[in-house]
Write a protein that binds this ligand. Structure first.
Ligand code: FES
Length: 898
């Protein structure tokens, strides 16, 4: 029988007897976090879908969000905090650290607990046993491979050193022992709660009626409306602040923020939909197919045709080229909304300190958040401080502000800390998505199998607000040809407003959608030319000395041909095992990509500072947000290498806008290249300072023992030097802004100073009776310039493949229908193929020690390679992503295959 509200539940937690005085129906996850302060147990969905809250109950894994506290009466609960005793990591946690099995770390406690359950009954589990036992925990970062290896006890190499070493994450231990603080893990005890009320309709007007009475009746401190927001518009571009913090009289998508309730938690949560002081007048929504018809009302006055922006590129004479073509191919493809599905919903808090406001929240762009909050509040940027928490995955979705402006305004108005944690459905309905696209493309080759021309047009559904729409519309034309030499090109894009969720940044900025089209055309043309699909790509691959579609000549670090050469033996083997008849078929596909690192033709600077403490330790002031990709570790490796000292001598501060330089946003695969270069220059500058102070030669070896530094026979006691206000005796500073040039009216110029390249091979089995596709193996060859930390590079490639596989086969966000992790499917352990990674290091002269980026390149070729494999197996080209079983079956039936 359940206890009354006043009962106390007695249980054991991590070996200690505890009593929790909370209502018996409290979720165990909440009881552990809020009642006992054990925030190592994470909450990703509160619905048993993600497994982030997995704990052990009497030794068996359970989702703590599904267990009522009363059910834990008398039971023994183990959380991640119970694994690390006396702050020492267990053998399993050490294995996770060595393998790099934790990236952002938000899923890691759940993974560790599920693994502990398995290992308690099976000391040497098989791969299948691991996948089965841990299948209830989702990870969006890792692609699962390194987690499986860690649990199986596969030997892993950890190395200690600077550039090129498999250094364990410098922030790894905190992710494994439960002490890492994410957005929802901490807030002042007196913080009020904030809940955003969102539109249930894609298009409607509304009136607020009886707001004050509603506030008083519910015991709220504040019902915030549009009238409370000083500058009620935000957006990525300084000139396009088209998204209201709170809508004023009209909503443009299901999920638009309308009002915010602020008060004690119970009061905020008690208001039902029927209570709300909102009177709706629902209108017909405008979607992509109708957005440009004469009947369609404009979403924004400034854009009467609903076109946010157009992108355009023209090179050579496409019309003339068709006349010389020996072979042509054309295709139309369509892709869906894709949700970032980071396991950590958006969360944080804000507090007012005098005439300043501080926002502590998960983010991938602290500098941009500061600008945005300052703008919305009408404050000077110096009055705003952003302190990033750990971020449980971002992938582009935490570049736009979410909780930050609304929290800041509320905390300012009430002069009290205010916190907010999005629910999973709220996160999914309100956040940005990958742009759905409709692309038509045509390509031609001459009689010798050389590419001649390409014509590309793409419409991108940018949703209700601009977000990163202009970036996508401008990046896609540059990349439309794929990484090939094509003398004659036209590419036109449009970002179109609709009453859908805002599309934003998602690992690739439109390039993954375009790659599905250009890689399909490459297969088709190879076949028409009678050439092997991989060799046709190798022949046409862009190389150093070639010009891109923007007329940019690549002078170095164009390693696509090497990537393809590395795939050759795998390709030949896989081609031998094709099965193209019967009900279960097997095919192999290949696809290539390129990706311009950093902003398109825009200034893209980053700065870093490093200090030397009197105790002989270095402090890196690192403004680059680590969202799991590992930049905390990478920046230290680079800076240590430049200084000529061990990374173990480093401490760091990440992202705090009061304490670090602006390193720009964590996006566009730019941090290793741009901020890494700044870290290198900062390290070099500090090294020069040290050597100058010691009168030592440039090549002198630095050694540090406690507070004494030695170089070239000279000795310096650091405690004899004066410290600056930051506590450093010497400092170094570095900044880097990669050189680019504006694009002209025809898209000609130098949009990026370097590019990442890759080729991936996919092997897939197709059940032609059911339309089921199972990817069995991916071989991924990536030109990364230089792998600063091979473990982290592999982790990025694995994670990119997992998201690419989801994009290809299962992920489709449909407003109102797939707003949770039960209906919105992302790859699980069981969906992942064997993955082989090959790193090509064609050094980028501008990059730190030759490095460029890997975050986005990892995902881009996966979906086209899978579509190519399906076609290889069945002869049917899938042109609609995701290739769900019903779509595959329909396509097979239409072609007479099924
Ligand atoms: Fe698994 Fe980020 S490491 S979700």
């Amino acid at each position: 029988m359940l206890q009354s509200r006043d009962d106390t539940i007695a249980l054991q937690v991590n070996g200690d007897a505890v009593k929790i005085a909370m209502p018996p129906l409290t979720r165990l996850a909440d009881a552990l976090r809020d009642g006992l302060g054990l925030t190592g147990t994470k909450i990703g969905c509160n619905a048993g879908d993600c497994g982030a809250c997995t704990v052990l109950m009497d030794g068996r894994q359970v989702c703590a969000c599904l267990v009522p506290l009363a059910q834990a009466q008398g039971r023994s609960i183990t959380t991640v905090e119970g694994l690390a005793r006396n702050r020492k990591l267990s053998a399993l946690q050490k294995a996770f650290l060595r393998h790099g099995a934790a990236q952002c770390g938000i899923c890691t406690p759940g993974m560790l607990m599920a693994a502990s359950d398995l290992l308690s009954s099976e000391a040497k589990p098989s791969r299948k046993q691991v996948e089965d036992a841990m299948g209830g925990v989702l990870c969006r970062c890792t692609g699962y491979a390194k987690i499986v290896d860690a649990v199986m006890g596969v030997a892993a190499r950890a190395e200690y050193g600077g550039v090129g070493a498999r250094l364990e994450r410098v922030d790894g231990a905190a992710k494994l022992n439960g002490t890492e603080k994410f957005g929802s893990d901490d807030a002042p005890a007196d913080a009020l709660w904030l809940r955003v009320i969102r539109s249930p309709y894609p298009r409607a007007s509304f009136k607020l009626v009886g707001v004050e009475a509603f506030r008083d009746n519910h015991g709220l401190d504040l019902v915030m409306t549009a009238d409370d927001i000083p500058n009620n518009g935000f957006g990525i571009y300084p000139t396009i602040k088209d998204q209201p913090v709170l809508a004023k009289g009209h909503v443009r998508y299901r999920g638009d923020a309308v009002i915010a309730l602020v008060g004690p938690r119970d009061a905020v949560e008690s208001a039902t939909d029927d209570d709300l002081p909102i009177r709706w007048q629902v209108q017909d929504p405008v979607y992509l197919s109708a957005a440009q018809t004469e009947r369609a009302p404009p979403l924004h006055e400034k854009h009467p045709d609903n076109v946010l922006v157009r992108g355009w590129l023209k090179k050579g004479d496409v019309e003339g080229a068709w006349d010389q073509a020996a072979h042509t191919a054309e295709i139309a493809v369509e892709t869906a909304f894709v949700e970032h599905a980071y396991i950590e919903p958006e969360a944080g808090y804000a507090r007012r300190i005098g005439d300043r406001i501080e926002v502590i929240a998960c983010t991938q762009a602290p500098g941009m958040d500061r600008e945005e909050v300052a703008h919305v509040m009408g404050l000077a940027r110096e009055q705003v401080r952003i302190i990033p928490t750990a971020t449980g995955g971002g992938f582009g979705g935490k570049l736009d502000v979410s909780v930050q402006p609304v929290l800041a305004v509320a905390a300012w108005m009430l002069n009290r800390p205010v916190r907010c944690i999005y629910t999973r459905p709220e996160s999914m309905m309100s956040s940005t998505k990958r742009h759905p696209s409709r692309i038509k493309a045509k390509m031609a080759a001459d009689a010798s199998g050389r590419l001649l021309a390409m014509e590309f047009s793409g419409d991108f559904d940018t949703g209700a607000y601009a977000s990163w729409g202009p970036t996508v519309a401008n990046r896609v034309p540059v990349h439309a040809t794929g990484p090939y030499v094509v003398p004659h090109v036209t590419a036109a894009t449009r970002a179109i407003y609709t009453n859908n969720p805002p599309s934003g940044a998602f690992r690739g900025f439109g390039v993954p959608q375009a790659a599905i089209a250009h890689e399909a055309l490459m297969d088709m043309l190879a076949d028409k030319c009678g050439e092997d699909r991989l060799e046709f790509r190798w022949k046409n691959a862009i190389r150093a000395g070639d010009a891109t579609a923007t007329g940019q000549v690549l002078h170095a670090s164009a390693g696509l041909a090497q990537c393809l050469a590395a795939l050759r033996p795998h390709w030949r083997d896989a081609m031998q095992s094709r099965v193209t008849t019967g009900s279960h078929r097997r095919g192999v596909g290949v696809a290539c990509m390129w990706y311009g690192i950093g902003n398109t033709s825009l200034s893209n600077p980053s700065a870093m500072r490093v200090g030397l403490r009197p105790n002989g330790r270095f402090m890196l002031y690192n403004g680059a947000a680590d969202i799991g990709q590992g930049s905390n570790t990478i920046m230290i490796q680079i800076c240590a290498e430049a200084l000529g000292v061990s990374p173990s001598l480093f401490d760091y501060i990440m992202g705090d806008t009061d304490l670090t330089e602006d390193a720009g946003k964590t996006s566009a695969s730019r941090q290793t290249f741009v901020s890494g270069k700044a870290a290198e220059l900062a390290g070099r500058s500090l090294r020069a300072e040290i050597l100058k102070r010691m009168n030592a030669g440039e090549d002198a070896r630095l050694t540090i023992e406690s507070n004494v530094i030695k170089a070239g026979g000279a000795t310096l006691n650091l405690t004899t030097l004066e410290t600056d206000p930051r506590g450093n005796v010497l400092t170094g500073f570095g900044s880097f802004d990669p050189p680019t040039s504006p694009l002209d009216a025809n898209g000609q110029g130098i949009p990026y100073s370097c590019y990442g390249f890759a080729a991936q091979l996919a092997e897939a089995e197709v059940d032609v009776k059911l339309g089921l596709v199972r990817v069995t193996r991916i071989v991924a060859a990536h030109d990364v310039g230089k792998a600063i930390n091979p473990n982290l590079v592999e982790g990025q490639i694995h994670g990119g493949i997992a998201q690419g596989l989801g994009f290809a086969l299962m992920e489709e966000y449909i407003p109102g229908r797939t707003e949770n992790l039960h209906d919105y499917l992302i790859p699980t352990f069981g969906d992942m193929p064997e993955m082989v990674t090959i790193m090509i290091e064609d050094a980028e002269p501008l990059g730190p020690y030759g490095a460029k980026g890997i975050g986005e390149p990892a995902l881009i070729p996966t979906a086209p390679a899978i579509f190519s494999a399906i076609e290889c197996a069945t002869g049917v080209r899938i042109t609609r992503a995701p290739a769900t079983p019903d779509r595959v079956l329909a396509a097979l039936k239409a072609a007479g295959v099924a």
